[in-house]
Design a protein around this ligand. Structure first.
Ligand code: AMP
Ligand code: FE
Ligand code: FE
Ligand code: ZN
Length: 285
């Protein structure tokens, strides 16, 4: 399939922790002049139907996707999965389990914060669309609405920073399990933003080797939150294993300073993803 123009392969909507509905994210991508986008909400494909309708209407390309939460020891690892079969039983079971674990963990985090600040679980639910994948951003929004923190980024640097002691991890499969789940569901797995961390914290080479053995397609080495040290290490990992590099904004609407389309993926890489995907069909203009 010939692809013309550039795609932003990582965006979030109100189905997870973005601030815009899936159709508004699609329209924002069209307004930014992109050839296409991927909608990659955390652990959910619930936004695909409305995003698909909006993409057809706007005449823009869409790769439906998901950002699977995985974990390797203390390291949270996000795995993008493009064009998976959204009805795949194993993937559905795992994303359900992760979403429930995220919700339980968010409740525990809020209980811990509530010892020191006047915030309740209902305040967080007020900031969360029904059925959405709950994360720290929704807790941040509650703290902002209550006037305890000025905005999401300040909340992440403040009360929600791990060193403040309120944050705890949630259940997640291993990265290798994540890659295998995405492939088994006919999707194409890409390691999300490994360079958005200090150079010494980028995922180690032997772990990437195991991901490649499990079927990893590419590495999102071009990401707005790459650090000066981490970005080059992520790019070097892609070169070392001969993996395509993807670029994306990780757009979260007004919830993060990232602008849609500020990083994009080259047409030949999008074509290679399309060539390997069997789980679902893209929308191509
Ligand atoms: P969680 O998955 O619950 O640990 O929360 C992490 C999510 O918060 C990720 O999707 C990040 O994109 C988002 N996030 C991290 N830092 C910030 C920030 N400074 N402002 C807004 N969102 C952020
Ligand atoms: Fe997010
Ligand atoms: Fe992520
Ligand atoms: Zn993301």
């Amino acid at each position: 399939m010939a692809v013309r123009g550039r795609f932003d392969l990582h965006t979030h909507s109100t189905v997870s922790d973005g601030t815009e509905t899936p159709s508004d994210v699609v329209r924002a991508a069209a307004a930014a002049g992109l050839a296409g986008l991927a909608l990659t909400d955390h652990d959910s494909t619930a936004g695909w139907a409305t995003a698909t309708a909006a993409a057809r209407e706007a005449g823009i390309g869409l790769l439906p996707g998901v950002e699977l939460s995985t974990r390797s020891g203390w390291r949270s690892v996000h795995m993008l999965g493009y064009l998976v079969d959204p009805e795949d039983a194993a993937l559905l079971a795992e994303t359900d389990r992760i979403r429930r674990a995220r919700r339980d963990r968010a409740r525990r985090i809020v209980d811990a914060i509530a010892v020191d600040y006047p915030v309740s679980w209902d305040d967080v639910l007020d900031q969360t669309a029904p059925g959405a994948t709950v994360g720290r951003p929704h807790i941040a929004d509650a703290l902002v609405a209550l006037g305890i923190e000025p905005d999401r980024s300040a909340a992440f640097a403040g009360i929600l920073h791990p060193r403040r002691g309120y944050i705890e991890p949630h259940y997640a499969p291993t990265p290798v399990e994540g890659v295998a789940l995405i492939r088994a569901a006919g999707g194409v797995p890409v390691l999300a933003h490994p360079g958005a961390t200090r150079a010494e914290w980028v995922i180690p080479e032997d772990e990437v080797a195991a991901l490649v053995d499990a079927g990893l397609f590419g590495i999102e080495a071009d990401h707005p939150e790459n650090t000066a040290g981490g970005g080059p290490v992520a790019a070097a990992l892609a070169r070392r294993f001969g993996l395509p590099i993807t670029g994306s904004s990780d757009y979260h609407g007004s919830g993060k300073p990232n602008r849609i389309g500020e990083r994009t993926t080259a047409p030949d890489v999008v074509e290679a993803i399309l060539a390997q995907a069997t789980g679902s069909a893209p929308i191509l203009p």
